[in-house]
Ligand binder design. Sequence first.
Ligand code: TMP
Length: 236
Amino acid sequence: MSYQIKGLLYEGKAKKIYETDNPDIVIMEYKDDATAFDGTKRGTIREKGIVNNKVSNHFFKLLESKGIPTHFVEEIDERRTAVKKVEIVPVEIIVRNIAAGSLCNRLGLEEGIVLKRPILEFCYKNDALHDPQINQYHILALELATEEEVDRIVEYSFKTNQVLREYLKEVNIDLIDFKLEFGRYKGNIVLADEISPDTCRFWDVNTKEKLDKDRFRRDLGNVEEAYKEVLKRLGL
Ligand code: TMP
């Protein structure tokens, strides 16, 4: 399929979204810009956009094949992908298998502790408020999503965790935690946004080396190399 790209619809911190001549389809373009801590830390990770586009599309295709509906339509080129035009639910979902990041800060846990079962958290998607953590009651009271939508989001989030965790184990990567976003498309909930080293924590199973955006957030060095390593292990 070919799409006539029209005007810029939206520019986020890591992606640009363009309208097309098809009202149901938009084009996502991945940038090399990197931000952390609500955009207060800024930088560039060379070819990050290329890695994230390929990695995310690979995961979305895998998840589709396992029965999780996603916004993915087709990869256009190394930085751009056609996706269904969704209305993003303003709730970020975080799934955690191993304690890291803000969970450790909040609960005083040591990084690397294996959780007895996965934890699912909701955050209100609002940078000005620093994406505050909320729960199911906030979502329903503020009408951010319906009860049926929340049920679907929770089901798809845990399934995504199961599929990706098993898949990544095969390439010697532990899926520590990740963030998902969902959208509404023709009345149904679909997985949207991206799943990449920007939005997940990936650790080498043996060395525990970090292969994700924490290398940028924490100034650990070899940031580009880590992103490329993920691409290589996925055979992309
Ligand atoms: P956290 O430990 O900082 O709460 O992050 C949990 C996961 O969510 C981690 O894999 C990184 C991801 N994440 C995002 O994708 N975007 C964000 O803005 C934040 C804070 C985290």
